[in-house]
Unconditional design. Structure first.
Length: 163
């Protein structure tokens, strides 16, 4: 049973590593905002405190929770559950950067972690910290804001760079 759980955990994390891809600004129509995203109460209060404690333990400043990024993350988690998939690319072929822009948020770079199968904040943080790409996103010092979304056991966290 324990082996099956570990295989399931590994399978849920495979292919879920996304490193932030800076946005190339090539037209006048897209100008990243230089103003920081406003801090808001996190969608999942317990996540905020645990994530802040993890970053503090590693000598990093906490990231600001942002409700608009929460909404993007929540929407992706809901879509993955509703349509039975786990991927960084949604059913329309869009990745996190495009989903964030579609929500009217312009940032210089976006990162995303996703997971499936974890039943608690502690479990999802532990799972992300055991994967090098997810861990890199969780501990990246350049990020300024994040949004968290959870629907049942589907999790999404979206990170945003400051400009």
């Amino acid at each position: 049973m324990r082996i099956l759980m570990m295989v399931g955990l590994c399978a849920s994390l495979m292919g879920c590593i996304v490193v932030p891809i800076p946005v190339t600004v090539s037209s006048e129509s897209f100008r990243p905002s230089e103003a920081p995203l406003p801090a808001t109460s996190p969608a999942i209060q317990k996540f905020d405190s645990q994530f802040a404690a993890l970053r503090r333990e590693k000598g990093l400043a906490p990231l600001q929770s942002n409700s608009r990024l929460d909404a993007v993350a929540q929407s992706h988690s809901a879509d993955m559950l509703a349509h039975g998939y786990i991927a960084h690319e949604d059913r329309n072929g869009q990745r996190a950067q495009a989903r964030v822009r579609r929500a009217g948020i312009t940032r210089c770079g976006i990162g995303e972690n996703i997971a499936k199968g974890q039943g608690s904040v502690e479990e999802v943080i532990a799972a992300w910290m055991t994967s090098s790409g997810h861990r890199r996103n969780m501990l990246k010092s350049d990020y300024a804001s994040y949004g968290i979304g959870r629907v049942e056991d589907y999790w999404t966290i979206v990170f945003a760079l400051s400009c």
